[in-house]
Each structure stands twice: as structure tokens, then as C-alpha cells.
Design a protein around this ligand. Structure first.
Ligand code: T4K
Length: 407
């Protein structure tokens, strides 16, 4: 355990971790089971195009979520693009800016304007009270994002959508395995989209899925995901290639077999972080509603630099030097990235809560690759930095000064 300031790697000490500790290390299911599925796929020589593994994966997802239809896709970004088109969004669609850029790009890719709405600082999700002021005659819908797997205010969003005759979709990229008021996420709005990217709670290497209870929408989405083919040589709709492969589905099915273990480890890590961080004023661990189902896939801290005496970015620098590759998701917010920043140069002014949060959030490693000892070591680094905050700030600003002179 590091005791003195000079033990910190940023001041020349040996990094706490020899190998980098990443946020987003994949949760792997049983390797033997995966390899046996892959062998079977190779023997059967059926690699993609709605094979039996994809069908089984879709069946299990639909059952787990409690929806009528699941259409597996190659990733969640393409799934969003397809769902957005199938639901019938055009013109302008209201979304939060505090999300991964894919939510905005999936709209703009189709020349639909994402109109950014501020978030509720307590939930980090789109604030229903700020939506109505952004509705214009061109608005056709809302996409809520269940950030960190924590549900949006689904009831308020549904009410607004109903009153203003708008479509409602959810980007549920983070929220597979989570529930809201006892109902699984995936069954709300016109459609919801999951991500099964390598970094997600459940992964298919790359992958995603669109889930819906609408027969009509599901049929359209299936066609769109496969070039619009409604049979051999028969195209009846504009489509793209959004299909999931058999190997991806095999990975997904293997993960599904081990889902309880993933939740168990994530929950254990979350409680351990919670216990170790609770005494520290100025650090707030984003909490999960334990009366609901959660996947606990994200350990998100809010840093109050005034109370803590160290800024979020300083802490990030300290952790990185120790090989703890913490991330500042979702900095700097979609509205500060192109092409949106040039399109809405003044949107900063309309998003005060988003602007505050993007300066405060830091995401720490968790998942099946992280041990309790790793967590103790991560928190010890944070504590050592805070104990020495005064001295430390001087050192850091000197270091920053030197590095800015050198570059
Ligand atoms: N909507 C929302 C709200 C989302 O968060 C996302 C994706 C989407 C939509 C779109 O879903 P997909 O189209 O991707 O299915 C990562 C992921 O690439 C992205 O899927 C995810 N959100 C986002 C939150 O995180 P980056 O830019 O952080 O990726 P990268 O390569 O830096 O990976 C993150 C960390 O994970 C690294 O520190 C290393 C580790 N890692 C990564 C990979 C790929 C591994 O240990 N193994 C791996 O195989 O975006």
C-alpha cells in the first residue's frame, strides 16, 4: 500500500498495477461452452443470415425482457438507425446530450436533427420538465437513454409523447437486465435498443438488439435489417445489412448462461466501492435502486472539486499514472462535439445541468475482471491523493506547467 505522496506514480513511484485496469473489460461466460458452440457453427457451415444460434438468442432475450419481439443486430448504433427509421422519426427528435455519441449520430446519419435536452442531475437522465420547451412543429419524437442502466422517468416521457402526438423510443444500450417498477427495460415506448458491445454487461463481441411489442414494427424492422428481403429475390422495402452473426449469438448465449454470476460480481463490486468511498466528502457514488433489477455494470463517481480539493481531471491523471484507466464518460457531451457544436453553438446555455455533470463524472473499473483487492487499491490511491491535496495541487500544477513548456 502506498503511504507517502512520492509513492504515487504521477510523482515517480511505481504504478500500483503492472497491467492496465480498464473500464469496460468484457464479462466472459464459460470458455468451453463458447468454443463448443463455435465448433458446432463451423461444423454446420451456417455462419450468418438468421441461423439457429441467432434465433435462439433472440428467443431468450425476448423471454427475459418479456416482449413479443427481439431482432438481433450487428451493433446498437445500426439498431438505433433502423429503429429510428422504422418508428418513423423525421425532422427533429429530442434526446439528452449526456449520452454516448451514437444516440445523436444515429439520427443525424439520416438527416434528422437531434435536439438536445438537459438532464435531471439526480438521475443523469433526460429531464421531462425540460422537454416541452424544445418541441417545435418539426418534432416527431423523443429518445430517452437509460444511462448506466438506471431507468428514465418512463411515465412522464410517455405522457408528454402522448399529449404531443410524438413517438417514443429508448436507447437501452446500458440497461439489459434492468427493471423499472418491476417491469423489465426493453418493454417501454414504441421500441427499445440494447447494446451487446464487448464493454457491455452482456456481450456478443459486437452486437445489439431491437425489442418491441408491436407486430407491425417488428416485421418492418426484420425486413430493414436484412436489405428489405421478404423471401428469395423479393425486396419489398428499403433496408440495410444489420444482421448478427452466428458466432456473436454463440457468445451472447454463453453470456446468458452466466448472467447471474455477472450480476453477482458487479453487485459485490458496487457494494464494496460504496463501503470504501462512503466516508469521503466530495465523492458521490451514483447509486442503484436495489428494489429493482440492475446489472450494476457502471461504477460512476461524481466529484465535487470544491469539497474534495482535487478536480475530476486531476484525479483522472493520478489514476491513469497508476494504470487505473478510469474514464470521464460522456465528456464533453454530444452538444460540444461536431457536427452538433457548430449547428447549435449556443446549446451550452440551455444545458446547465449537463454542463455541470460533464465536469464531475468519472467511471471506475468493475466487472468480472476486477477483484476486491483491486478495488481496495484503487480507493487507497484516491484516499492518498485527497490526504495530500494541498501539497498535491502545487505539485500537479508544477507538473502541468513543465509538461506544457515541454510540448
Ligand atoms: N447508446 C449508448 C448510450 C451507448 O453507450 C452506446 C455504446 C451505444 C448507444 C452504441 O452501442 P454500440 O454500437 O457500440 O453497440 C465504448 C463502446 O465502444 C461503446 O459500445 C459504448 N457505448 C461506450 C460507452 O463505450 P469507448 O470509446 O469507450 O471504447 P473503448 O475502445 O475505449 O473501450 C472502452 C474500454 O474497454 C477500454 O478502456 C478498453 C476496454 N476494452 C474494450 C474492448 C473493445 C476491453 O477490455 N476489451 C475490448 O474488447 O466506447
Amino acid at each position: 500500500m502506498k503511504k507517502r505522496l512520492n509513492d504515487l506514480a504521477i510523482f515517480g513511484g511505481t504504478p500500483t498495477f503492472v497491467d492496465k485496469l480498464h473500464v469496460g473489460r468484457p464479462n466472459m461466460g464459460n470458455r468451453e461452452n463458447l468454443l463448443s458452440r463455435i465448433n458446432d457453427i463451423l461444423d454446420r457451415k451456417w455462419l450468418t443470415n438468421n441461423g439457429i444460434y441467432v434465433q435462439e438468442f433472440e428467443r431468450q432475450i425476448a423471454q427475459l425482457v418479456g416482449v413479443k419481439h427481439c431482432i438481433a443486430t450487428c451493433n446498437a448504433t445500426v439498431a438505433l438507425e433502423i429503429a429510428i427509421r422504422a418508428v418513423g422519426f423525421t425532422g427533429e427528435v429530442i434526446i439528452p446530450s449526456f449520452t454516448f455519441i451514437a444516440t445523436a449520430h444515429a439520427l443525424k446519419w439520416q438527416e434528422i436533427i437531434p435536439v438536445f435536452c438537459d438532464i435531471d442531475p439526480r438521475t443523469h437522465n433526460i429531464d421531462p420538465n425540460k422537454i416541452v420547451q424544445s418541441i417545435t412543429p418539426r418534432t416527431t419524437g423523443i429518445i430517452g437513454v437509460h444511462l448506466w442502466g438506471r431507468p428514465c422517468n418512463v411515465e412522464a416521457l410517455s405522457e408528454i409523447a402522448h399529449t404531443h402526438n410524438l413517438k417514443l423510443m429508448f436507447d437501452a444500450a446500458h440497461a439489459f437486465g434492468c427493471s423499472h417498477q418491476g417491469r423489465m427495460i426493453g418493454s417501454f415506448g414504441d421500441a427499445e435498443v440494447f447494446s451487446f458491445h464487448a464493454t457491455k454487461f452482456l456481450n456478443t463481441f459486437e452486437g445489439g438488439a431491437i425489442v418491441t411489442n408491436s407486430d407491425e414494427l417488428a416485421e418492418k424492422i426484420r425486413l430493414m435489417t436484412n436489405f428489405g428481403f421478404a423471401g428469395y429475390d423479393r425486396v419489398i422495402y428499403i433496408g440495410t445489412n444489420g444482421k448478427m452473426t452466428e458466432v456473436s449469438a454463440a457468445m451472447g448465449l454463453t453470456g446468458l448462461d452466466n448472467l447471474d454470476e455477472f450480476v453477482f460480481i458487479n453487485y459485490r463490486n458496487y457494494k464494496y466501492y460504496e463501503r470504501q468511498l462512503k466516508e469521503i466528502h466530495g465523492i458521490n457514488l451514483t447509486n442503484y435502486n436495489e428494489s429493482e433489477k440492475s446489472n450494476y455494470q457502471y461504477i460512476v463517481l461524481e466529484i465535487d472539486e470544491i469539497v474534495l480539493g482535487i478536480s475530476r481531471d486531476q484525479l483522472l491523471e493520478i489514476l491513469h499514472a497508476e494504470n487505473v484507466m478510469a474514464r470521464r464518460y460522456f465528456y464533453p457531451g454530444c452538444h460540444n462535439m461536431e457536427p452538433y457544436h457548430s449547428y447549435f453553438p449556443y446549446s451550452k446555455l440551455l444545458l446547465p445541468e449537463t454542463e455541470k455533470l460533464i465536469q464531475r463524472v468519472i467511471s471506475l473499473p468493475t466487472g468480472t475482471s476486477i477483484s476486491l483487492e483491486d478495488i481496495t487499491n484503487i480507493v487507497d490511491i484516491i484516499k492518498l491523493a485527497i490526504e495530500n491535496k494541498t501539497y498535491f495541487q502545487d505539485k500537479l500544477s508544477n507538473l502541468q506547467l513543465i509538461s506544457s513548456i515541454n510540448t
